[in-house]
Design a protein around this ligand. Sequence first.
Ligand code: FAD
Ligand code: FES
Ligand code: FES
Length: 1364
Amino acid sequence: MGSLKNEEDLSLEESNEAILYVNGVRRVLPDGLAHLTLLEYLKDIGLTGTKLGCGEGGCGACTVMVSYYDQVSKRSMHHAVNACLAPLYSLEGMHVITVEGIGNRQNGLHPVQESLARAHGSQCGYCTPGFVMSMYALLRSSKTPPSEEQIEECLGGNLCRCTGYRPIIDAFRVFAKTDNSLYNNHSSERLLEDQFVCPSTGKPCSCGSNVVSVNKDFVNCHNRYSPLSYTEIDGSSYCEKELIFPPELLLRKIKPLHLNGFGGLKWYRPLKLRQVLDLKSRYPDAKLIVGNTEVGIEMKLKRIQYQVLISVGHVPELNTLRMRDDGLEIGAAVRLTELVEFLKMAVTQRAAYETSSCKALIGQIKWFAGKQIRNVASVGGNICTASPISDLNPLWMAAGTKFQIIDSEGNIRTALAKEFFLGYRKVDLKRNEILLGIFLPWTRPFEYVKEFKQAHRRDDDIAIVNAGMRVLLEENSGQWSVADASIVYGGVAPLSISASKTQLFLSGKTWNQELMQGALGVLENDIVLMQDAPGGMVEFRKSLMLSFFFKFFLWVSYQIDGEQSSRMGLTHSHLSAIQPFCRLPSTGRQIYEIKKHGTSVGLPEVHLSSRLQVTGEAEYVADLPLPPNGLYAALVLSSKPHARILSIDDSGTKSLPGFEGLFLSKDVPGGNNIGAVIDDEELFASEFVTCVGQAIGVVVADTHETAKLAARNVHIQYEELPAILSIKDALKANSFHPNCEKNLEKGDVEDCFQSGSCYNIIEGEVQVGGQEHFYFETQSTLIWTMDGGNEVHMISSTQAPQKHQKYVSHVLGLPQSKVVCKTKRIGGGFGGKETRSAFIAAAASVPSYLLNRPVKITLDRDVDMMITGQRHSFLGKYKVGFTTEGKILALDLEIYNNAGNSLDLSLAVLERAMFHSDNVYDIPNVRIKGNVCFTNFPSHTAFRGFGGPQGMLIAENWIQRIAMELKKSAEEIREINFQHEGYILHYGQKLQHCTLTSLWNELNSSCNISKACKEVDLFNLHNRWKKRGISMVPTKFGISFTTKFMNQAGALVQVYTDGTILVTHGGVEMGQGLHTKVAQVAASSFGVPLNSVFISETSTDKVPNASPTAASASSDMYGAAVLDACEQIKARMEPIASRNKYSSFAELAKACHMMRIDLSAHGFYITPDIGFDWKSGKGSPFNYFTYGAAFAEVEIDTLTGDFHTRRADVILDLGYSINPAIDVGQIEGAFIQGLGWVALEELKWGDADHKWIKPGYLYTCGPGSYKLPSVNDIPLEFNVSLLKGVPNVKAIHSSKAVGEPPFFLASSVFFAIKDAIIAARREVGCNDWFPLDNPATPERIRMACTDEFTKPFVGSEFRPKLSV
Ligand SMILES: Cc1cc2nc3c(=O)[nH]c(=O)nc-3n(C[C@H](O)[C@H](O)[C@H](O)COP(=O)(O)OP(=O)(O)OC[C@H]3O[C@@H](n4cnc5c(N)ncnc54)[C@H](O)[C@@H]3O)c2cc1C
Ligand code: FES
Ligand code: FES
């Protein structure tokens, strides 16, 4: 490449004039904002449609489209990017389109928005703008309508916690249509020669002119999914023109930039390499940035303050992409999306043997982050970060890549990739050097390169272990021997590392079984991974190293010999190890009948907020601007799990500009003791802290950043005390919350065990991990005083406004009548905002009240996850006796939950677990003892299912074990033990209207389980390293709060003289469609259309003393309360209505008003005939039960633990559904959330098993380390049906509650995984039962599939560590 030393000296010509177009509007960016991200800027200019879900690039809620003009291809380029990571100035000279820029309610929705709204694709709506923008960017950047695969792929970086993705995919699938005449109103003939049809709107568009013409030859082959067609949502009402690329930006000559930011931060944008080098010599410690996906995280999460940032994305020399005779030249700033396109081109243009490395890179980048990250992340950024889990560095090393390095003088040197990485995040670059480019040589004949990666989740996840492997073979007298080999791993050392001894061993050896066995033997000890290595999972990681090598051996053998690889001693069945995972577009059916009552009840109406959600116009607390004189709050948090507070030093806060105050326990004007059920918590810890993340105080300041900084600057000295960090610790120390031991008993368990009637009695232990709610909108409250503090008002993201009112009135010492809490909608709750939101609002109320100023508190995602508690982990110890047929005779169960440091709702959660410990089984003798463990973790709390799923999962574990002991199928054991109509449960309640058998039979016949079983057996017979498994699981979920007084509901209904109706009730809309269903009830009651009814918000001054919106029963209760109010008003209207014939409801309302009829009514409902007495252990805690069943089929890769769900069929009895579309949405959402619980989501705490995490800390506190199911995890075929013809006599309009019951059905996936593991273990002669803890992550799956690659490290009984 030569040297730049003698080139002309280029002056910097820096400018500080920066512009940006946002939604077609030109904006001048002032100097001083270098610290801002695009997302922060958008909020500052009032565009709140783009949401903050995580701030670390992991959820996609902040997706926007960025367009820029590419001088080389002479066209405008469009990309989806994460606004939360994009530095504001990096977009200078570009056009940003946010969700507000593409459509709105006033001017019409964009077809993407319209389709999503109408396909029920939004629930809480917080993720929705991000999905809209990912899809929009895909369409704008596509030359032709994208394929279904591309659509699913483009959504890989967007998470949704509510919907289960199916409706989102269905909504967007219509854009995959490829028949242009169907696709838009402009037939291709009518288009001008050079006109381009935008795949986004189906209308002509300027950005692709002269580049693409309309292709007439596509055929529409996708009529499988047609809930809506594109023509239906073609935007006829969408009158906005697609925003074009601003002409100014086409003509504008960009200049080097020099701008500044907070704290002396300098931002440079050089345009030439020489300028970069000059800057680097001026500022040797400067950070070069391209995508900012590493630096942004370092600055945000690791809180590193860099002083100089040099944005090098525009430097042509760093953006080279050149194909040479000997290989590829790739500039360091090339983005991964561009790189993949270029590699794909190389693969098509070069001889097949030359591009083995290219294919490996393409394969690896497919699973590298999400689309938004790949669009901005650079090759050089990945290399220079030198992360030990970089996906690409092992491949660069293995492929013999060379790095070109240039110093500030312009001297260029070359370094081999395999010598470039020196240590943990340390590379062979001097302070005055930068990476210029990469040279990737073509592979030679018989040279093979392969990529490997195993992560917690397939899509958008960092690797646990990855690898790049290369071998060059040469043929000698009919045998292949190794001329050269390179085996490189990531994730097993502080840096990407070569297995050097293994490489040496391979050299010169013949490529055969012997080589493989020998190499595995060497590899076993080649890379040493210590027991306490950061990241844990040591045994898994070691096993993966061997598994990957084995796969490589098979793959290479297959490359050289194809099907003949039996020459290497391999059977056809072994090839299952190398079949790549490829996912077809997902499909699904939703089957339900419509039972219409009146004008609206029973219809699949669209969620009432959906049109606001898809346009980003729906407002959430986090979006609310701070009122004048307002302050931001941040909590001062404990850093010890158990300690005495010795001193609090706030000297580091006072000097911070913008700091307004620190408030501690001594400052609380009212009571400092708080609690959901009993007051066993302190608002601010006064003397002791009992968990990491406990609030010790609150800081307020003029900006959120200052408040957080000030909170961090409060220094606390502690005297550390012993901490209890697991259920087992708690049992050893007898550490329980007071008065929480509970007992339920039926029959005589002891007598049964002694009687000899049991064929077998088994004993075991089940560990069930916790789960993070991960509602998309984090906890947030805006609170202010009125009349000088005489009243306090707040708007909170909570499921329980009344609890906020109560807590705030208590801590401020005000009467509840002077405190108001309002909630319009929340961005998800799932139980996490039932109680654990209230202390946050109460903390903010203290400074607000004492300073008499508005205060806003919004938790960052990591803080939210760390301090607000999760689903309880459980430990179950069972002893079960059964007959030879598998009939259960007796169950003796001890059950414990990990409550954390306060009681909160943990006792009620335990009780529900105890009630559900039978699931659906007839157990003549039962004894259940439960207790609530006190541990030094943040208080765990309600989460969809509220202990029920944990209780049922423990039951299904022993059911599955009985089946194994008896060598029968678990389904058979389940069936013969089913409870029936009239059965008396272990707590005395009688089963009525039990539909379990009908559901089970219907599912059984629709899934044809015996056929599925045979097919799975056949598959397993022919595939040594891939196994399939199936399972069918039933559920019975009790509906009602188990605390009797909570089963009450109030509502206020007001009829106005124009015939519209305003409903207010005590329930909160959190995405579950409560307001929609309740409005349907009101509409049908008055006989008016649904759009005559409006529900604005939930407010404690309209409906007092409401229970939290929880326990699935809100539609039952608030629907009934609203109906009660409607009936009262109708009764008052009746005399007027019967006297005259009115042409409309409005006329009638007006007439009533004239006759002085009160058109407002308060409705009330209490759930009848429920109650439970814990003294006798008998009663009827539930109003009724919702029944369901699910079938699942999975496939696992036994060598890596990777799995996917091939099919899931769910059936529920929901009576006559009030809104079947919303109910199906609840089922799908609950099932996928449940799938996360059983197979993906693992909380890792600093405990005895995780010594590499600081004691009491939550390691998995963001989407980077805690993996929710993504679009790629949903079943390939996902069918949902509602049982027909079964009205429920116990609830309004014969409906049934839906929110929680389907959650547990995802355990069918867990047991299908276990079924597959059983098949794998059978191959090595392990036929005995084994425990599998929840969640069945890749680590647990792989380690349970004991084989020659796990044996060097662990035995077949090995149980990976789990924080319980
Ligand atoms: C949500 C998310 C998911 C991710 N997933 C993955 C994944 O699956 N696999 C994976 O491997 N990584 C992953 N990453 C890490 C990251 O995206 C990649 O490392 C990315 O390639 C970094 O590129 P960048 O341009 O954004 O780097 P930047 O943040 O812009 O820069 C990173 C570092 O490189 C240095 N640097 C950049 N260019 C040069 C140069 N030319 N010379 C010298 N130094 C230079 C910078 O100074 C800085 O220290 C993920 C990150 C996020 C946020
Ligand atoms: S908020 Fe940006 S990706 Fe989550
Ligand atoms: S609708 Fe997707 S997170 Fe709620």
